[in-house]
Write a protein that binds this ligand. Structure first.
Ligand code: ATP
Length: 297
């Protein structure tokens, strides 16, 4: 069995009488990429901030690598890389200086820090190591922040909307980059609004709605339990048949696998020509919209 690296047990965060996070149970295993999604104000940032010890839960228990993050935060911090929603950058430093500054805070030897900084900037394709951060574009700044999150080679990454403000190509580059990090033994918990990216990168997905956990599972299981699957069979026949027509062919859509099998048998028995067979499955977006739309968010 894989080691649980982050465990939330009935975690709540109240602001006055308002529950920003409401009795949240979540267990993340080493090597996983877990995505937390939800509407604006669902409680994603609050949850991530509690995981890194920046906000204390009102109730419940939260452990990171088996330790209470509120009590033993300092011990855990060197294993943890946190990327906040906003880039907390020093505008008058270059990326290299900025990474060196953080490497110093983590007590990394200068040579090792400089090599790792170079390698990170290189792998993030940030060719502006000598440019002042204040002169960088939004996407370049986000990359510097991501490099800073990784400089001390942490085991656990908590990333709040890592690809916010990035153009589609850079955004996908970052997602692809993050997807490879578990090969180096890293665990990632991230929040994001781009559901296509979440579906692509995450082993398990948690959907939050008004502070409550609605589902937490793999995409396959979410599809099985909440998704829809539809088959479309397109065929040709010289006979006038009682099936819907499309572009000179017959086209039958069904979500019933037996109905599909029966029609395929009929097509074969009658020597009709099968033109196309397509299967459409619910994407994360469909499942998310179903969960969000059952009542007003
Ligand atoms: P977004 O997608 O917009 O970033 P989110 O899911 O990250 O949203 P949070 O930032 O966790 O949402 O906020 C959850 C709720 O808690 C919101 O209603 C927010 O207004 C409220 N909240 C957050 N911080 C505070 C605070 N310091 N005081 C009062 N309410 C707060």
């Amino acid at each position: 069995m894989r080691e649980t690296i982050v465990k939330l047990d009935k975690i709540s965060k109240y602001y006055g009488s308002f529950a920003a996070v409401d009795e949240l149970d979540l267990a993340v295993n080493r090597g996983e990429i877990v995505g937390i999604i939800g509407h604006n104000g669902a409680g994603k940032t609050t949850t991530l901030k509690m995981m890194v010890g920046l906000i204390a839960p009102t109730s419940g228990s939260l452990t990171v690598m088996g330790q209470d993050i509120q009590k033993n935060g300092l011990k855990i911090k060197k294993y943890l890389g946190y990327l906040p929603e906003e880039n907390p950058l020093y505008e008058n430093m270059t990326a290299q200086e900025y990474l060196g500054f953080f490497a110093d805070i983590y007590g990394m030897p200068r040579k090792k820090a400089s090599e790792r900084g170079e390698a990170l900037l290189d792998s993030l394709k940030l060719e502006a190591g000598k440019k002042l951060i204040g002169e960088m574009s939004k996407g370049m700044k986000r990359k510097v922040s991501i490099a800073r999150t990784l400089i001390h080679d942490p085991e656990l990454l908590i990333l709040d909307e890592p690809n916010t403000g990035l153009d589609p190509l850079t955004s996908f580059f970052i997602i692809d980059y993050l997807k490879r990090l578990p090969q180096e033994g890293k665990t990632i918990i991230l929040s994001a609004h781009n559901l296509f990216h979440v579906e692509y990168i995450c082993n398990r997905i948690a959907i939050l709605k008004r502070g409550k956990l609605m589902v937490f599972d793999t995409m396959d299981n979410l599809r099985k339990s909440l998704g829809r699957r539809e088959f479309e069979i397109v065929f040709k026949s010289e006979f006038n048949l009682d099936y819907p027509r499309k572009d000179g062919n017959y086209s039958v859509k069904t979500s019933n696998i037996e109905e599909m099998a029966n029609l395929l048998r009929k097509i074969s028995d009658n020597d009709w020509a099968l033109v196309d067979l397509a299967i459409t499955q619910s994407a994360l977006e469909d499942i998310y919209l179903d969960i969000m739309s059952d009542e007003k968010v």
